[in-house]
Design a protein around this ligand. Structure first.
Ligand code: SF4
Length: 272
């Protein structure tokens, strides 16, 4: 008797409604911020899942981030990296194309690669985080169940927690001002504080944004913020509520504005 080999049934593609239902279960700071900035861009990225080639600045930012992560992990293991080891890690991270490759213009890659290393070099040489103090946590994925508030689960990854301070890294092209940083990062900083509180039972000692600025002479700008206030916590919950409401009656409308100049879906938006 012959038997037919069993082949797995083909998986049905999730419908748009399945995807939206999934997006209602959990939310991260970046997803929430994008939804509040432009629902159409959110739809392109998270519902249609359109992908675009990686940009040079994203590649540079990811590479710098990977080296600082490695540097902090080594500190956590109490086996700090030398500058040479950090440079080797930078070279390896730069060559890593697993998350997509960049369409470089002639000569552009070497220039960007040098800029990125100069940022890391400046940051490490200026000792913005005491190398001898063991971090509380490095690149830790965390979540907070907010069901008692009628909200989705909040998820995120904390870059670095040291002496109860939440530290987040960013690469940027121009020098930021403290007030603008406090305002423009509020969804992210409030989310991190809530994640920290839910996972430790403690209040954070503060939040620091470490901006590595891509100038001719690289700069590091540190913005220190106090623990988030009750008002900020409530505001974040209201924003999450608006996110849930918006997904309930999905009108993915465009919100044209200054931010469109950096939107990777500009062409799709013009055709929509
Ligand atoms: S171009 Fe502007 S309005 Fe259009 S999707 Fe992008 S951010 Fe939204």
């Amino acid at each position: 008797m012959t038997t037919l080999a069993e082949s797995p049934l083909p998986q049905a593609e999730p419908s748009e409604q399945d995807i939206i239902t999934g997006l209602q279960q959990t939310v991260s700071a970046s997803r929430l911020a994008l939804f509040l900035q432009c629902r159409l861009k959110f739809w392109f990225r998270y519902v249609l899942k359109l992908t675009k080639p990686k940009t040079p600045s994203l590649h540079l930012g990811n590479t710098v981030h990977a080296v600082l992560k490695g540097w902090n992990k080594a500190r956590w293991l109490q086996n700090p990296l030398t500058l040479k080891q950090a440079h080797d890690a930078y070279t390896a991270a730069w060559a890593d194309n697993t998350e997509g490759s960049v369409n470089w213009d002639p000569g552009e890659e070497e220039e960007e690669k040098t800029t990125g290393w100069r940022l890391v070099d400046t940051y490490l040489r200026e000792h913005h985080v005491p190398a001898e103090v063991k971090p509380d946590a490095v690149e830790v994925p965390v979540e907070a169940d907010l069901r008692r508030h009628g909200l989705p689960k909040l998820i995120g990854i904390l870059d670095l927690v040291q002496q109860r301070k939440i530290i987040d890294y960013k690469t940027i092209a121009s020098t930021p001002t403290p007030e603008k940083v406090a305002h423009s990062t509020e969804i992210q900083t409030s989310s991190y504080a809530i994640l920290y509180r839910h996972n430790t039972g403690n209040t954070e000692a503060g939040i620091q944004l470490h901006h590595l600025v891509k100038l001719k002479n690289p700069r590091v700008v540190i913005t220190s913020l106090p623990p988030i206030s009750q008002q900020q916590e409530t505001r974040l919950y209201r924003q999450m509520d608006a996110y849930l409401d918006g997904l309930q009656q999905p009108h993915f409308v465009p919100s044209p504005g200054m931010h469109c100049s950096s939107c990777e879906f500009f062409n799709e938006c013009r055709r929509a």
